[in-house]
Design a protein around this ligand. Structure first.
Ligand code: GLY
Ligand code: MN
Ligand code: MN
Length: 436
């Protein structure tokens, strides 16, 4: 992607901050053990505004004031021939300025000396307090330094504004570049799920399917898993965040896979549940069709102007009716929904925003009201049904965990399903697994 998209986002934010100054560091590198690091992942906010992949970098947006135009500045690592032999290429300020469209770029070592001047006599500092205590202290120190320089005519910013909140509002509605990355990330994730379905055999370990997903993602150029993948066979699927992935696949069990890749920072988040044997049993099929119908109902409730919670409510209604039909619950449909009785077998929300973070940035409520959906919003649709092994319900349902999760983009008239290529109906799944 050309740097123009990032420049445009920075310009949008600059118009919002007036003559304020925004300070946005990227994520630090994290030690895993001794001198080994975790794979590096940039900060999502920083990436959203820069596309700059290196650690030890800080974006400073300086609002326009008087005759001076708004400016976006990067502070980053200097070129270092010796370090580059060990750790690989780094841009250095000069190349970074050109490649990423900054107005100026400086060595990160100059940030401390330049910060007081950058913040002096500005109405507001835009920063998110409490995210990183070291940065809070550092900026507090600069503000204090400026307080002591009143005689030189220097004043600290009189307000601190929440930078993340401003960016959350922008990130909630995706631009065309983001939609393209999400489409590509989702396409790769779909291919991973197809591969897992084709490779599944009774007696395999769950981690063998995890390895197939990793292979499919990486060989298509995805950077990583977007989150720890869940490969849960049998009753493990009733543990919502099961990530041990170390049990053997039962010949007659279902396996729930919740996995998605990350591409250019953009997450896919797909769940598919399928029979290890390639053929649904009668009870498995009956329960599966209920979850699928709940998802269809949820899809129908997604369109511009709908409240964010509407599609959850639509799914809950179908799931609760299904629980009645299966003999999991007794009573009236409305009464059970009203009382939240369905939560025994369906205890999570039907979805979340999706983007640079798998549970993406952005509020779900504006004040007391649920956010209204708008074209460009991306979200997951993930109804499920989880019947623990020890539940006092019909025995043939014990230990069944089913979730179906797709990623959708809200469009002018409804939605685009970004993960439609992952087989989902009983017939599609049985066909891809070789039982058509
Ligand atoms: N994979 C995390 C989620 O579905 O929310
Ligand atoms: Mn998921
Ligand atoms: Mn999800």
């Amino acid at each position: 992607m050309s740097h123009q998209a990032f420049v445009a986002r920075r310009q949008r934010l600059l118009t919002q901050i007036g003559n304020g100054v925004a300070i946005l560091p990227t994520a630090p590198e994290r030690v895993r053990n001794r001198d080994t690091h975790h794979p590096y992942r940039f900060d999502s906010y920083f990436w959203y505004l820069t596309g700059f992949p290196e650690p030890d970098a800080v974006l400073v947006l300086v609002g326009g004031q008087g005759d001076s135009k708004p400016q976006s500045l990067l502070f980053c690592r200097e070129k270092d021939a010796t370090r580059e032999v060990w750790d690989g290429f780094r841009y250095g300020p000069e190349a970074a300025q050109t490649a990423f469209g900054f107005d100026a770029a400086y060595p990160i070592s100059e940030l401390a000396t330049r910060l007081p001047d950058l913040l002096a006599n500005r109405a507001a500092l835009w920063h998110s307090l409490g995210v990183d205590v070291e940065w809070d202290q550092r900026l507090g120190g600069v503000i204090n330094t400026l307080r002591g320089q009143a005689r030189k005519g220097l004043r600290p910013p009189s307000a601190v504004q929440d930078l993340h909140a401003a960016l959350d509002a922008m990130r909630r509605v995706k631009d065309g570049h983001e939609m393209d990355w999400l489409r590509q990330s989702c396409a790769i994730a779909c291919a991973g799920h197809v591969r897992a379905m084709r490779m599944a055999r009774g007696g395999m370990a769950e981690y063998e399917l995890e390895a197939e997903l990793t292979y499919a993602f990486r060989r298509r150029g995805a950077d990583a898993h977007a989150y720890p993948p869940i490969v849960a066979s049998g009753a493990s699927a009733c543990i919502l965040h099961y990530t041990e992935n170390n049990r053997l696949l039962g010949e007659h069990s279902l396996v729930l896979i919740d996995a998605g890749c990350e591409l250019q920072g953009y997450a896919a988040d797909i769940t598919r549940t399928f029979p290890v044997s390639g053929r649904f049993s009668g009870p498995q099929r009956e329960a599966y069709e209920i979850v699928l119908a709940a998802q269809t109902a949820a899809f129908a409730a997604i369109r511009p102007g709908a409240a964010f919670i509407d599609y959850h409510d639509a799914a809950v209604r179908v799931l609760t009716q299904g629980m009645l039909d299966l003999g999991l619950l007794q009573g009236s449909l409305d009464g059970l929904i009203e009382a939240g009785a369905y939560q025994r077998f369906y205890m999570h929300r039907t979805g979340h925003w999706l983007g640079l973070d798998v549970h993406d940035a952005g509020e779900y409520k504006d004040g007391d009201d649920w956010v209204r959906l708008r074209p460009g919003m991306t979200l997951t649709v993930e109804p499920g049904l989880y019947i623990p092994p020890a539940a006092d319900v019909p025995a043939h349902l014990h230990g069944m965990g089913i979730r179906i999760e797709d990623d959708v983009l809200v469009t002018a008239h409804g939605l685009e399903n970004l993960t439609a290529a992952a087989p989902k109906t009983v017939a599609e799944i049985e066909a891809v697994m070789g039982h058509d």
